[in-house]
Ligand binder design. Structure first.
Ligand code: NAD
Length: 269
């Protein structure tokens, strides 16, 4: 089992280089947002058919698709950042002036930005924006989107049906969540900033994964690049790792406990 001292040595090694931190659903678990694949009883993978968060479902049955997303959005609106999010804000401050820092999150909640993280890429999109589903619309991919707060969702919430689906103010087509669906690609929208993530993977001095089961496309890319370049890696996840073959330091404890301890251990830059 690895320790906070080993984590500290890894990030201290990023003097004059890029410290790349990658978070997954686990960092928001202590804020009350269930993970998808985690061991907690409420992990939503157990209840949610993976087919719902797909473009195929959106096109086949937008009402069912939107009902699921509305429930998710409502849950995400009522939560607050926890000590894990705040620990990463402190880590970014600590690294400032020593080297570069980039936080890439797979999460669609807004807890990193609300905690104060600045150098942040939301590679799977964001729940606080929507976008048009019609190709060529100004509010559609690859560059368009709208704040969710600007769209009146109450008609659909009160009476979910085809006639109350949220519509694009510019062209009238049905709006969709501004997130990466499971059957889509990372280059679908400029906001996912996948080219920047790819470049960061190719130059990072160390990789710190937090609260991710390392089971999605972006973690696969980052792992592969780190292995190829023999870059040091660490994972903070109370479940440990499902990839024991990977050469990484694993701290099998909750992020909200480990990250504040890491920052305290680092002290002044
Ligand atoms: P995941 O659900 O696959 O894995 C979550 C991991 O977090 C698990 O390995 C679990 O052991 C770990 N975990 C649970 N509690 C933790 C804690 N307190 N501290 C640290 N780790 C903890 O999540 P994923 O790898 O992020 O990927 C699944 C996809 O689901 C992603 O695309 C993500 O966008 C999406 N998702 C997002 C949210 C959100 O926005 N908050 C929530 C659920 C799922």
């Amino acid at each position: 089992m690895s320790s906070v001292d080993e984590l500290a040595r890894l990030v201290e090694g990023c003097q004059d280089s890029l410290l790349l931190v990658v978070t997954g659903a686990g960092i928001s678990a202590a804020s009350g947002i269930p993970t998808f694949r985690g061991p907690e009883p409420e992990a939503i993978w157990r209840h949610t058919p993976q087919e719902l968060a797909t473009r195929a479902c959106f096109e086949r049955d937008p009402v069912t698709h939107w009902r699921w997303y509305f429930d998710r959005f409502r849950m995400l609106d009522d939560v607050k950042p926890n000590a894990g999010h705040r620990g990463l804000v402190d880590l970014e401050r600590w690294q400032a002036g020593r080297g570069e820092f980039l936080l890439v999150t797979q999460n669609i909640d807004s807890l990193h930005e609300r905690a104060g993280s600045r150098s942040l890429i939301k590679v799977h999109g964001t729940a606080d924006r929507l976008r048009c589903s019609a190709a060529g619309c100004v509010h559609a991919a690859p560059r368009g989107s709208l704040p969710r707060a600007e769209i009146d969702l109450e008609p659909f919430v009160g009476r979910p049906g085809a006639e109350t689906l949220p519509r694009c103010p510019a062209c009238g087509a049905v709006l969709r969540p501004h997130v990466l669906f499971f059957d889509e690609y990372y280059d679908e929208h400029d906001d996912y900033r996948f080219a920047t993530v790819r470049a960061a993977a190719a130059s990072a001095g160390a990789l710190l994964f937090v609260g991710t089961s390392l089971a999605v496309g972006v973690t696969e890319l980052l792992l592969w690049e780190a292995l190829r370049r023999r870059v040091g890696m660490a994972l903070v996840d109370p479940a440990g790792t499902s990839r024991p073959e990977l050469p990484m330091c694993v701290v099998a404890e909750p992020a909200e406990e480990v990250l504040p301890r890491l920052v305290a251990r680092l002290g002044e830059p």
